[in-house]
Design a protein around this ligand. Sequence first.
Ligand SMILES: NC(=O)c1ccc[n+]([C@@H]2O[C@H](COP(=O)([O-])OP(=O)(O)OC[C@H]3O[C@@H](n4cnc5c(N)ncnc54)[C@H](O)[C@@H]3O)[C@@H](O)[C@H]2O)c1
Length: 443
Amino acid sequence: MTDRYQDFVSSPVGKLLAKNLGLPRPVRLDRYAAGSPLVNGTVLLGGTGRLVEHVPAVLSARDIETTTATEPASRYKGLVFDASGLTDPTRLGALRDFFSPLMRSLEACARLVVLGTPPENLKGGARVAQRALEGFTRSLGKEVGRGGTSQLVYVTEGAEGAIGSTLGFLLSPKSAYVSGQVVRIGGSVKEPAEAPDWQHPLAGKVALVTGSARGIGEQIARVLARDGATVVGVDVPQAADDLIRLTRELEGDYLTLDITTKDAPQRIAQHLSQAHSGVDVVVHNAGITRDKRLANMDEDRWSAVLGVNLIAPQRITDELLSQKLIHDNGRVIGVASIAGIAGNVGQTNYATSKAGVIGLVDSLKDGLKNGITVNAVAPGFIETKMTAAVPFATREVGRRMNAMSQGGQPVDVAETIAWFADPASTAVNGNVVRVCGQMMLGA
Ligand SMILES: NC(=O)c1ccc[n+]([C@@H]2O[C@H](COP(=O)([O-])OP(=O)(O)OC[C@H]3O[C@@H](n4cnc5c(N)ncnc54)[C@H](O)[C@@H]3O)[C@@H](O)[C@H]2O)c1
């Protein structure tokens, strides 16, 4: 849906008025267009540690230009700072020394990334210093402005070569509405299976997307198909027309069923086994809301929401894993929500289900084998039919209370899922990444 306020403040009169009245001035965010370069500009590298030397090679594999020398009057699209060498809090000033002089040399929609070591793997001063990076990057996300983003990426020792897909995503317009996030790379798998072609990393892969007839699910199907996957769309029989139209356009396949029915996991498993010999990417996107304050929450609303959003994804995942239908280096991806992190009035059922999706990630992340990973996105305010139905005042608050002063687009959630799905993201496991423009609540 259109954001009329954003259209107005983008006009010359609106711009002037918003500036004088101190109103939020959302900028048009860069978004990735198929066939374009991943990063339109130069990325400056800095810092000292065990990570920075790996960055030029993984970025050059994605045709991203890097430099280590600051030139007077140069402007940068991205900054990557290796902070893994900061082994004591007294050395944290290196962050200020690097970033401060560059803050006025950034292009619009700039991407700032700090690399570090997971604090939980360290002791003493090194642990303190690495934990401190979180406050720095989250504040930077709220300061950078003009559609810029800031992230912290913790990389386990030994996983230095596995940072390519994550840096490619975080430095590109694909991460338009992702900011202030902390991503962890590592675990047992250190070397990723890099796809030969970064533009089609999912070539030859099969992706199941539930709830793909419309909204965010439709965009997930489109983006995964763009990246080369054969998409198997799932939705309720009432949505069959839209689902069939979409999957035909994407040259994919479909299955109409209600994912909460008793035999849904077996039917999905049977279809994937017979028609596709298994699956590579499973996206649990189907979701519903049935809002009421708890005092008025009837049993039907409670169990409908828990059934679609949490119990069905868990049962389907269990079935596919137990039948060994998820291929090696496969991906299980959940769709949580910011409501599952911060809570929301009238959404005890929804927030319980979405926090449960995060629990599903936690419960599976250490037990998966053969390079299979599990991660989730937690969208904030995304412009869909679901949020168009929200009353005006609540909608405006949801839209503006984030560092970007605007709602996200379904494609922003889809691009984040495509990063998890990338075969090169083998070391990205157990993450819950918010796609919320760095919302002020629950961030
Ligand atoms: N829109 C937002 O701002 C937002 C924010 C946070 C999280 N989310 C989550 O993102 C996901 C997609 O949301 P959306 O806004 O695109 O919603 P939507 O209502 O537009 O689409 C949901 C799709 O899921 C399908 N579906 C619902 N119940 C199903 C069932 N039992 N079996 C099979 N399919 C079923 C619907 O038919 C529909 O096509 C949901 O999980 C939602 O909770 C959305």
